[in-house]
Design a protein around this ligand. Structure first.
Ligand SMILES: Cc1cc2nc3c(=O)[nH]c(=O)nc-3n(C[C@H](O)[C@H](O)[C@H](O)COP(=O)(O)OP(=O)(O)OC[C@H]3O[C@@H](n4cnc5c(N)ncnc54)[C@H](O)[C@@H]3O)c2cc1C
Length: 396
């Protein structure tokens, strides 16, 4: 019995829902469809040869040698999913998905094709980190005395540098901007993190002119020899033909995660939605979005009209610290710092409304800040600066 949308044809036993992309968002979508009572046929198409696995541990536990497998748990018999691995979706037509292994008719289609590492011109051969195979290759190369050059001091660059430096690899990180994480956070936040990077050779404002397997050449900075080069300069959405894209190349969806085709939805790293909360389109390439977005997409596939407009959240583990972020800081007009030695936080406010927070080893602050943001709550900025005051008590 399909819950919440019984009149919808997609709820019927004879219906077919196809999900393209067998990562976290794809798996969560099939789980959410079944838990909402969908009894029809369910096909999950994945380009990779292995069943859905988790990516955050690839740059953390797997690199540290604490695990080899990050396979996501699923009760496949109960899900009753036709899982088609090593199958790549190519394009969407009228109720048909074309793959490299033939055509799949559908009543509803969910695109959950994720993202892929951005590459540098002329460096297609260089290692990037997105798949489990990439992580295993990287792990084999990070050993005492080896020379690793990482292009990019973003989230992945920071986590890989952390793991490699910890085992005695000589790490050089080449970053074009003026601070670590400057692609994601204002550089005054990144500047505060500079001392964390003291164990590696971090070269800021350094423009890469050439990437080879055994060296990176920096404009005005010479050639940096390497045993392995990792290019970690962000990701771009992975898309298929036949649906409208945003200018940045993501699948354009509406507030209900519906694409330009009424029977096709998209979720996770590949999809950009219009956020009423922030007054702009959001493309969030983080785990929490891929975990929870499928709840809305599954409901809407089955005829509901759930709006997806979350307060985004992500975390990063680097240099022995837990860094967490919630919200959308470009929506803020000033910043409030909460100082407490190594454990600090920064909050962005629009007027007196809290719109974003980054915390370092202050998980409780982050949880409370996110709750306030979900309520669009006004806060007392002066109180927020005081680390002895609970963030929840700063609400006005
Ligand atoms: C190394 C690493 C570390 C990370 N660490 C963190 C972290 O600490 N915190 C955090 O918040 N986020 C982190 N992330 C981001 C997080 O993992 C992603 O946001 C999440 O994986 C997105 O899930 P997804 O299902 O949308 O996409 P993906 O995980 O990319 O899954 C998409 C799947 O679709 C497949 N696919 C692609 N194209 C096709 C096609 N045409 N046909 C069929 N299948 C296709 C892909 O092969 C892939 O298996 C990390 C990511 C990486 C790579």
């Amino acid at each position: 019995m399909c819950l919440g949308a019984t009149a919808d044809s997609a709820c019927e036993a004879g219906a077919v829902i196809v999900v393209a992309g067998a990562g976290l968002a794809g798996l969560q979508t099939v789980v959410a469809l079944r838990s909402r009572g969908y009894v029809g046929q369910l096909v999950l198409v994945g380009a990779e040869a292995e069943p859905p696995y988790d990516r955050p541990p690839l740059s953390k536990q797997l690199l540290r040698g604490e695990t080899d497998s990050t396979t996501l748990e699923a009760d496949w018999p109960a899900l009753d999913v036709d899982l088609r691995l090593s199958t790549r979706a190519l394009g969407v037509g009228d109720h048909v998905l074309t793959t490299d292994r033939g055509e799949l008719p559908f009543d509803r289609l969910v695109l959950a094709t994720g993202a892929q590492p951005r590459r540098l011109p002329g460096a297609d051969h260089a290692l990037t980190l997105r798949t489990r195979a990439d992580a295993l290759e990287l792990r084999a190369a990070i050993r005492p005395g080896a020379r690793l050059v990482i292009v990019g001091a973003g989230w992945i660059g920071a986590e890989v540098a952390t793991a490699a430096a910890a085992v005695g690899t000589a790490v050089t990180v080449v970053e074009g901007l003026e601070a670590p994480l400057a692609g994601a956070l204002p550089s005054d936040v990144g500047h505060r993190m500079l001392p964390w990077w003291s164990g590696v050779d971090l070269r800021l404002c350094a423009r890469v002119s050439k990437v080879q397997n055994d060296a990176v050449t920096v404009v005005g900075g010479g050639r940096i020899a390497a045993d392995l080069v990792l290019v970690a300069v962000g990701a771009t959405p992975t898309v298929v033909d036949g649906v409208e894209l945003t200018p940045e190349g993501a699948v354009a969806v509406d507030a209900q995660l519906r694409t330009s085709r009424p029977d096709v939805f998209a979720v996770g790293d590949c999809a950009s939605w219009p956020s009423h909360r922030y007054g702009t389109r959001m493309l969030v390439e983080h785990w929490d979005n891929a975990l929870h977005g499928p709840t809305a997409v599954a409901a809407n596939c089955l005829g509901a009209a759930d709006v997806w407009d979350p307060v985004p959240y992500f975390w990063s583990e680097q240099w022995g610290r837990m860094l967490q972020y919630a919200g959308h800081h470009p929506a803020g007009d000033h910043i409030v710092w909460r100082e407490d030695g190594e454990r600090w936080a920064a909050f962005w406010l629009a007027g007196n409304r809290l719109v974003s927070a980054v915390t370092v080893d202050r998980p409780r602050d982050l949880v409370q800040a996110r709750r306030l943001m979900q309520r669009s709550g006004a806060v007392d900025g002066a109180l927020l600066a005081d680390p002895t005051v609970a963030v929840k008590d700063c609400a006005l």
